[in-house]
Ligand binder design. Structure first.
Ligand SMILES: [Zn+2]
Length: 322
């Protein structure tokens, strides 16, 4: 069976794992990123995790197996604007000060004689690719993905390949405008989906409602989206309204996305998506259905399946995407 190595480069940890062609993940390893030490030190630690995965895979290969686990390549997912073709991180919010860092060259230099192809892509593109091959998107060709976390990430897969656009900036679905003159977004624009469905913005919207005098069990101090979701489930009306409204904004964004791209399915993951069917997904679908033109075949809107593994699985699948 063929295997590929996936690496999930984050601001806190570098995770790595071995993915079998059947989607089974093994040989997981985690090291701290230590951003302050700079790109070359991080590249060295990435190389170290790759060697660790290979050693573990070799040790786990059954002695009576005809051949060792055949590793065909390495894929790496990282946050930010990634120039996939040249292996460069143009900019990343998680790595302050990085500008056009040739990360793949740095990693390759640390891999000595290990002769495996190495690929990189944006972490949300990678998540969508993982879901396409081994998660909620199995059996589909045209897929969009949203990750609802601190920000709202997006990724587009067309004909089973990540779509990068002309300058590698395609798929910024979180910056679809859902409210002209709306809330200020981190990108500088007003009314982006992220300015409603990003974690901080969900909390701020709840705090504004509380400040306006609406009755609620929520405490505006140190409020989190999880607390709002729990209160909503327990019957708090304000908390429920915050989530249903979040769902409607996502539905508005997906309406534009469906009209532009006509994907078969939208896969929604990330911490906020854990709010689930009653608080979020039924409102997304309701708004989407009310607004979209009659699309033969429609567009499914489903939660992501791979959870925390999506980054590793998707990164490992970059080997086959290229
Ligand atoms: Zn924005």
């Amino acid at each position: 069976m063929k295997y590929s190595i996936g690496i999930d480069l984050g601001g806190t940890d570098i995770k790595a794992g071995l993915l079998a062609a059947n989607g089974k993940l093994s040989c997981r390893t985690v090291v701290s990123t230590r951003v302050s030490e700079g790109a070359k030190a991080i590249a060295a630690r990435i190389a170290q995790t790759i060697h660790q995965v290979i050693e573990t895979a070799d040790a786990e290969s059954h002695p009576r197996e005809e051949e060792k686990k055949e590793i065909v390549g390495i894929g790496l997912g990282a946050p930010g604007l990634i120039i996939a073709d040249s292996g460069i991180i143009h900019f990343s919010p998680n790595f302050p000060g990085w500008s056009d860092i040739p990360l793949l060259d740095y990693v390759t230099a640390e891999l000595d004689d290990l002769n495996l192809p190495l690929y990189i892509d944006n972490d949300v593109n990678v998540m969508v690719l993982g879901e396409l091959h081994h998660g909620a998107g199995v059996g589909y060709e045209n897929v969009v993905g949203l990750t609802l976390g601190t920000g709202v990430g997006g990724g587009v897969v067309i004909n089973r390949k990540v779509y990068h656009g002309s300058w590698n900036t395609a798929g910024e679905l979180g910056h679809t405008v859902v409210q002209p003159n709306g809330r200020k977004c981190g990108c500088g624009n007003h009314g982006c989906l992220e300015a409603y469905a990003g974690a901080r913005h969900i909390v701020e919207r709840a705090q504004q409602q509380i400040a306006s005098g609406r009755k609620t069990c929520l405490n505006p101090e140190r409020l989190t989206p999880k607390q709002i979701a729990e209160a909503a489930t327990a019957g708090d009306e304000l908390a429920f309204d915050i989530f249903s409204e979040t769902g409607r904004y996502i539905g508005i964004a997906l309406t534009s996305i469906a009209h532009i791209l006509n994907p078969q399915i939208a896969i929604i993951g990330g911490g906020i998506a854990a709010a689930g069917e009653n608080l979020l997904f039924q409102h997304i679908r309701g708004e989407f259905t009310a607004r979209t033109m009659d699309i033969p075949g429609g567009m499914e809107i489903v939660p992501a399946k791979l959870g925390n593994n999506a980054g590793l699985v998707g990164a490992a699948m970059l080997v086959y995407n290229n």
